[in-house]
Design a protein around this ligand. Sequence first.
Ligand SMILES: NC(=O)c1ccc[n+]([C@@H]2O[C@H](COP(=O)([O-])OP(=O)(O)OC[C@H]3O[C@@H](n4cnc5c(N)ncnc54)[C@H](OP(=O)(O)O)[C@@H]3O)[C@@H](O)[C@H]2O)c1
Length: 330
Amino acid sequence: MIIPTASLGHDGPQLPRLGLGLAALGRPGYINLGHENDFAEGYVIEAMERRTHRMLDMAYASGMRYFDVARSYGRAEQFMQSWLEVNQPDDVYVGSKWGYTYTADWQVEAERHEVKEHSLTKLNQQWAESKVLLPYLKLYQIHSATLESGVLDNEAVLERLGELKASGLKIGLSLSGVHQYDTLARAMLIRWEGAYLFDVVQVTYNILEPSMGNILQQAVDSGMGVIVKEALANGRLTMRNHDPAFAKTKETLTQIARAHQCGMDAVALAFVLAQPWANMVLSGAAVETHLEANLAAARIVLTGDEMEQLAQFALTTEQYWQDRSRLAWN
Ligand SMILES: NC(=O)c1ccc[n+]([C@@H]2O[C@H](COP(=O)([O-])OP(=O)(O)OC[C@H]3O[C@@H](n4cnc5c(N)ncnc54)[C@H](OP(=O)(O)O)[C@@H]3O)[C@@H](O)[C@H]2O)c1
């Protein structure tokens, strides 16, 4: 499989544009649609590690080179690390995130799955844990930065991120929620030693929530790299979505998929890959069949007419994030 490549930022690495996110692989519970069906082998740690390794093997063999983890994805960093130790690839680029602590104690249901803390103490504590992934770990992102958390005004945190950048690491932030735009606009004002502090932004963009397009083009024009997450809207842009309100979108996606001899998930991913600023698009697949179906996006070129048809299904940003907040951990 040949995945087209792009540079992740002006002075970033050249990478295949599809990467794999480990949010659903590193812990028993997640909010993705149908997550409960993915772990036939159960939630024994060793079985989940083997599953993650199989997914990484397949992703790597298919040409993927970017892998996305976070301190709060249960044991995702640990599973990533054990795979790297065995395989020792010389061309893998790992991005991780700090700012949330995993608190579900390996349970599917928990009172709280993750706790957010964007302080200097948390950054230092989690960096000490994440850095075992060096030298593969090349990007460290604030996990779901918001204006309210104050992290973009926290001089001590910004200074520490600058130090990490000086050590050769790329610095990023991931965004979530209705205020993705304002948060990125603020982040793009933060300079460090004459350049942007943030090298990379990780953002939600998909057929249902395409509101960030313009500012992401600006970000790329000014040298940042863009990683798209939730390109399938946490599984809502797949056959698993049986919500009657999704029926028309599903019908159109299915028709287009038939024309390209792929699944609707590949069409939804191809819609994102068609955006010129989308340097990297993450698959969140937790099973091989889904990863294989997602990878078909790399060979699909949607027509202008198909792009227009799909663009009609955008929700308002408020509606999109309201729907997302109703997704249950499963
Ligand atoms: N704030 C943040 O920083 C943040 C937030 C969210 C995500 N992320 C990153 O982005 C990555 C991707 O996000 P995401 O998991 O929400 O991705 P997504 O691609 O929007 O959704 C993944 C979901 O789609 C399902 N799926 C994929 N192909 C399918 C198919 N052919 N048929 C049926 N279902 C299919 C997957 O099912 P299976 O699981 O069963 O394969 C999974 O439930 C994460 O792993 C994480 O690295 C970051």
